[in-house]
Design a protein around this ligand. Structure first.
Ligand code: SAH
Length: 460
C-alpha cells in the first residue's frame, strides 16, 4: 500500500524537518501489522514528494492478537488498500508530525503547503460521493475514480475500491491528521477493537477541525464503528474541547492470549527432549514462528541439520533476527536453514528428517485442511518421529474461560479425548504409533494446559 504527498512551497526540502525524515535517506520500521517505509521519490527547491509504503503481513493479521479479529482469512485485501492499518503505519512513521511538534524548525509548523495527495487504492463501501462529502469541506479538491473489479472483464463493473487524489492547501499536521482520521472512516472496517481509546484518538487528532466539520456525526459514527455511547461522548467532548467521558465504556476489552507463565519454555524443553531421546540428528520445526525452538535446537550438538519453516514471512524475519542468522559463524549457518512454506502443501524439502516438531501450530489450521496436513506430514515427509503440541481445551476452565479459545487465531482446541481421536485416525491410516502426554501442571480433573502427541514410524 502506497500513499504519496507532493507538497509545493519555497524551500520545499525544509518539509523534511516537519516529517522528521531526512529527504536523502530511507526510513523503515516494523509495526504491529507489518513494515513501513518512508522515502522521497522527488526533491526539488519548489516541491517535494514524500511516500509512505507499507507491507502488511496478511497472515500476521489473522493470527495476531484478538485486536485484529475482524479478519479471519489469510487472503485478504489489507496489504493492498489504504485502510485503518494505514493510520497505524502513519502513527509509526509520523508520530511527531501528527502531534504538531518540530524541535529543529518550529517556525515551519504553521506553514501552509499546497498539497497533491494520491491514494492509489482506497476501500470505500459508499463510493466517490462519500469521499467528496468528507474531504471537500476541509478545503480539498477531490477526484475519486472507481477501479474496475477486473480490467479484463469490464462487464463485471466497478469494485469497492477507488483511486483518490486530494488537492488543497494545508499545514503538514492538518494534512496528516485528515488522512489519519478519515482513511479508516472511508474504509468502514476498522481492524481493531474500538474502545474508549479510539474515542480519545478521534478527539486528539480530529479536535482542531472535526468540531466544525458538517459531517462530524457521520465521521464519528463510522470511526467508532457505530458504538453509540462512544459516539455521543466523543461528539460532546469535541463541542467542549475536553477529553470525552469514557467511564463505563471499557467493558468488553480484549484479553491477551491465555497461557500459564513459563508454560511455553516447558513446552519447548519437552519437545526438544523428545527429539533428542529418539536419537535424531536432523530436525524440521514446522510452523517455527519466531524461532524459539530453533534457538534451543542450535545448542544441541547432536543435531547436525535443523530446518525451520513457517507460512508467515514476518515471523521468519523475526526468527532470523533472533538467531542472528546473517552473522552466524559458517559452521552454525550450515546446520540451519529457514524457509517459507505451508504445511498444507506437499513439499520435497520436508523429506528425510529424523524428527519433525509442530509446536502450537495444528490448532491454527482450519479443520478441513487437516486432511492435507496429514498427507503432507505422514504420507510424504514421513519423519521417524513427529512431535505435536496443542492446547488441552479441558484446562480452559482453570483459566476461568471455559467457552473461549486461548488465541484469536485458534481454529479449534481439542480435549485430550479429541486429541486421541485424531491420533487414532492417523495411526489407523499411516504406519505410525503414538503416545499422548500431559504438558504443564496437571489438574486431577482437567489435566494439563497442553497435550503432547508423539508419533513414531513403525516401518523401519
Ligand atoms: N512453533 C512456534 C510458533 C507457534 S504460533 C512456537 O512455538 O513459538 C503458530 C505458527 O504456525 C505461526 O508462526 C504461524 O505462522 C504458523 N502457521 C500457521 N499455519 C501454518 C501453515 N499452514 N504452515 C506453516 N506454518 C503455519
Amino acid at each position: 500500500m502506497l500513499i504519496t504527498l507532493t507538497g509545493a512551497m519555497p524551500n520545499a526540502p525544509d518539509l523534511g524537518y516537519l516529517f522528521g525524515k531526512n529527504p536523502a535517506a530511507v526510513f523503515t520500521r516494523e509495526f504491529s501489522a507489518g513494515q513501513v517505509w518512508v522515502f522521497y521519490p522527488a526533491v526539488a527547491e519548489d516541491h517535494i514528494t514524500i511516500a509512505l509504503l507499507t507491507e502488511i503481513d496478511p497472515v500476521g493479521l489473522v493470527r495476531g492478537p484478538a485486536a485484529l479479529a475482524q479478519i479471519d482469512q489469510y487472503v485478504n485485501d489489507r496489504p493492498y488498500v489504504a485502510s485503518s492499518l494505514t493510520s497505524v503505519a502513519m502513527q509509526t512513521a509520523f508520530s511527531t508530525a501528527l502531534a504538531g511538534r518540530c524541535r529543529e524548525r518550529p517556525d515551519l509548523l504553521e506553514r501552509q503547503v499546497q498539497w497533491t495527495i494520491t491514494l492509489p487504492v482506497v476501500a470505500c463501501d459508499a463510493g466517490a460521493e462519500l469521499i467528496t462529502r468528507i474531504f471537500a469541506p476541509l478545503g480539498y479538491n477531490v477526484t475519486a475514480t472507481p477501479l474496475a473489479l477486473d480490467a479484463a472483464f469490464p462487464q463485471w463493473g466497478a469494485s469497492d475500491l477507488l483511486r483518490v487524489t486530494l488537492a488543497g492547501t494545508q499545514t503538514v499536521q492538518a494534512a496528516l491528521s485528515h488522512l489519519y482520521v478519515l482513511i479508516p472512516v472511508l474504509d468502514n472496517s476498522k481492524h481493531y477493537y474500538v474502545g474508549p481509546e479510539e474515542a480519545e484518538k478521534l478527539r486528539a487528532h480530529g479536535g482542531a477541525w472535526l468540531a466544525a466539520h458538517p459531517e462530524r456525526e457521520l465521521i464519528a459514527r463510522r470511526y467508532l464503528r457505530y458504538r453509540q455511547a462512544l459516539v455521543r461522548t466523543a461528539l460532546a467532548g469535541l463541542a467542549e474541547g475536553d477529553p470525552p467521558d469514557t467511564e463505563g465504556a471499557a467493558a468488553g476489552s480484549v484479553a491477551p492470549e491465555e497461557d500459564a507463565p513459563g508454560l511455553h519454555e516447558q513446552r519447548l524443553a519437552a519437545v526438544l527432549a523428545a527429539v533428542c531421546a529418539s536419537g535424531a540428528t536432523t530436525l524440521a520445526d514446522l510452523g517455527c514462528g519466531e524461532g524459539r525452538l530453533l534457538e534451543l535446537a542450535l545448542r544441541e550438538p547432536t543435531l547436525t541439520r535443523i530446518f525451520g519453516m513457517d507460512v508467515s514471512p514476518v515471523a521468519l524475519a523475526r526468527a532470523r533476527r533472533r538467531l542472528h542468522y546473517d552473522t552466524l559463524p559458517a559452521a552454525q549457518q550450515a546446520r540451519l536453514q529457514i524457509a517459507q512454506g505451508s504445511l498444507v502443501y506437499r513439499d520435497a524439502r520436508l523429506a528425510g528428517f529424523d524428527a519433525a516438531a509442530l509446536v502450537e501450530v495444528i490448532e491454527h489450521l482450519d479443520p478441513p485442511r487437516l486432511a492435507a496436513l496429514e498427507q503432507v506430514l505422514f504420507a510424504h515427509a514421513r519423519p521417524r518421529r513427529v512431535i505435536i503440541t496443542t492446547p488441552n481445551r479441558e484446562y480452559n476452565t482453570i483459566f476461568a474461560k471455559p467457552e473461549r479459545l486461548r488465541h484469536g487465531d485458534h481454529r479449534f482446541e481439542w480435549t485430550r479425548a479429541e486429541g486421541r481421536a485424531w491420533a487414532d485416525h492417523i495411526t489407523a491410516s499411516y504406519p505410525y504409533r503414538y503416545a499422548q502426554r500431559e504438558l504443564g501442571p496437571v489438574d486431577a480433573t482437567h489435566g494439563a494446559p497442553s497435550q503432547l502427541l508423539i508419533f513414531d514410524r513403525q516401518d523401519d
